[in-house]
Design a protein around this ligand. Sequence first.
Ligand SMILES: C[S@@+](CC[C@H](N)C(=O)[O-])C[C@H]1O[C@@H](n2cnc3c(N)ncnc32)[C@H](O)[C@@H]1O
Length: 216
Amino acid sequence: MEKNDEYNINYEYICRYIRRTIKENHGLLRQMEEFAAEHDIPISQPETMRFIEVLVKGAKAEKVLEIGAAIGYSAISMAMCGCHVTTIERDEKMIKLLFENIKKSGLKDRIDVRQGDAAVLLPQTEGSYDLIFLDAAKGQYLDLLPHCLRLLKSRGLLVSDNILYKGMVATDELAVRRKITIIRRLRKYLKELCGRAELSTAIIPIGDGIALSYKN
Ligand SMILES: C[S@@+](CC[C@H](N)C(=O)[O-])C[C@H]1O[C@@H](n2cnc3c(N)ncnc32)[C@H](O)[C@@H]1O
């Protein structure tokens, strides 16, 4: 069986089957998927998004914090589930597209954008969130974790994306030299998540790999 080149943590036939089976997006979200593919913008994969939507609805999350908005695909998808989303983004080109897409979505009242580096903004952030979606620079996850845990409600969920990083985190056989630092940091991050007494963490091999952590 061939591994899927693009999303190579799973076999291609599994990816294809899942994509064919889950509900497809239409309208704005579909347009955003096409725009992201055309312009090489990394957005969450559809199966990851379906999973997060189930979490948001199942946990009855009212307040969600997202770190790493890009063009707003995941923020809009989550806000469509009925929650309020605060999302952080530092890239000015992305921020422009993010505002345009939020306007098109008609969900301006449910999405707050905080512009800047999460490493600077998170220490100044107060409040408590039912669900935190960590989808920023992978090498920063470990440094951002204490802030995420402070801001996460007890019984809240922390969702960390791209945790298997195209399979490279799981085996050195796939690791490319220029990604070694990120791979090491992601491994440390996973060890920390799995070792923390206040968390229960599951590693889920869909999309590019998700760590789902429940805070006691
Ligand atoms: C994978 S993309 C986010 C995709 C988005 N969550 C989605 O699924 O539609 C990661 C984004 O995080 C942003 N980012 C990375 N590190 C960041 C940081 N430290 N602070 C704020 N934004 C960051 C990048 O500019 C990029 O747009």
